[in-house]
Design a protein around this ligand. Structure first.
Ligand SMILES: *Cc1c(COP(=O)(O)O)cnc(C)c1O
Length: 341
């Protein structure tokens, strides 16, 4: 990488092993179910999260949306956190594709109160009411927080009583598992379906996998076709994804440690405000109290070869990943100090 890129873990490039996996992938027509690499990825992924079957999709958004489409009927209600990715960053796809109504619940930095969530379930039959069909959770949350398993369990068990399904947006599921120091299965026990990204911190080029029971995946496979997501020789993308699941999930703690190191060094700079306890995965959120025009920071950093995004409502988000090493953090700190004078 030519730049120190702290914008996101989606910017990660592929390792040599992944390129090799692509070149040597055994492929076929996946719409006919004949792509060995896709089949192997789907099977491995499902097993990894303790579900019966998997479905390879093009993106995290696709994974969430095909899951919502499969879990719901038009006019159903979906309960979810006000700050989650499905609400904030998926361009109303649930309304466009599935025709569902979203009912949001406010959370504490992504941490939902189970009682508040469950109280939104519509239990009475009334012609005015939509039918609640689904609750969506997110772990790790895109605000950088890891949701305690006990909270997921309470919501899942509560929803079950009303036969309401739970979908987990696990774009960064393996970051959550790493942070909690548990097997991913311990988290996905408390959802009916899960979608996780291969192309974020895991460094694969493209794709997410949706996992659930076999019947759900069969229906989701048809819905993926309806959404135009039936791919042919997709094994070229599945093979590096499989490599990523087997290998890159085991090193995410390095990114988390790097984020902690970055946060610790940032805190030494006068004016930087952040909460060390909030650094649970590979993300650092910070505010900078300064007389300087903070909107100029991005340009200043770029001239020094560092890419950042924001600020978003005065908050910056720095993300560590495979391509961010200690010397990159040290340079970032130095450049930020230079900017602040
Ligand atoms: C990145 C992300 C997604 C969507 O991923 P895309 O591949 O960009 O569509 C979904 N949910 C969360 C929490 C994410 O961070």
């Amino acid at each position: 990488m030519d730049f120190i890129d702290l914008r996101s873990d989606t910017v990660t490039m592929q390792t040599k092993e992944m390129i090799d996996a692509m070149i040597h992938a055994k492929v076929g027509d996946d719409v006919y179910g004949e792509d060995d690499s896709v089949n192997e990825l789907e099977k491995y992924a499902a097993n990894l999260v303790g579900k019966e079957a998997g479905l390879f999709v093009t993106s995290g958004t696709f994974g969430n949306q095909v899951s919502i489409l499969t879990h719901t009927k038009r006019g159903n209600e979906v309960i979810l956190d006000d700050s989650c990715h499905i609400i904030q960053h998926e361009a109303s796809a649930g309304a466009v594709i599935s025709g569902v109504q979203f009912r949001t619940v406010e959370s504490e930095n992504g941490i939902l109160d189970p009682e508040k969530v469950l109280s939104k379930i519509r239990t009475e039959k009334d012609i005015h009411y939509p039918e609640t069909a689904l609750i969506c959770l997110e772990n790790a949350h895109s605000l950088g927080k890891v949701i305690p398993i006990s909270i997921m369990e309470k919501i899942y068990q509560g929803a079950k009583k009303y036969n309401i399904k739970v979908h987990l947006d696990g774009a960064r599921l393996f970051n959550a598992a790493t942070s909690l120091n548990v097997d991913a299965k311990e988290i996905t026990k408390y959802c009916d379906s899960v979608s996780f990204c291969l192309s974020k911190g895991l460094c694969a080029p493209i794709g997410s996998v949706v996992c659930s029971d076999a019947d759900f995946i069969e229906r989701a496979r048809k819905n993926r076709k309806i959404m135009g997501g039936g791919m042919r020789q997709a094994g070229y993308m599945a093979a590096p994804g499989l490599y990523a699941l087997k290998n890159m999930t085991k090193r995410l703690h390095e990114d988390h440690e790097m984020a902690k190191y970055l946060a610790k060094e940032l805190l030494k700079i006068p004016g930087v405000l952040l909460n060390m306890d909030d650094v649970e995965i590979n993300m650092v959120f910070l505010k900078i109290d300064t007389k300087k025009d903070i909107k100029k920071l991005r340009e200043f950093m770029l001239k020094e070869g560092i890419k950042i995004s924001g600020p978003d409502l005065n908050i910056f988000r720095f993300v560590t990943h495979y391509f961010i090493r200690k010397e990159h953090v040290d340079k970032t700190i130095k450049v930020l100090k230079d900017f602040l004078g």
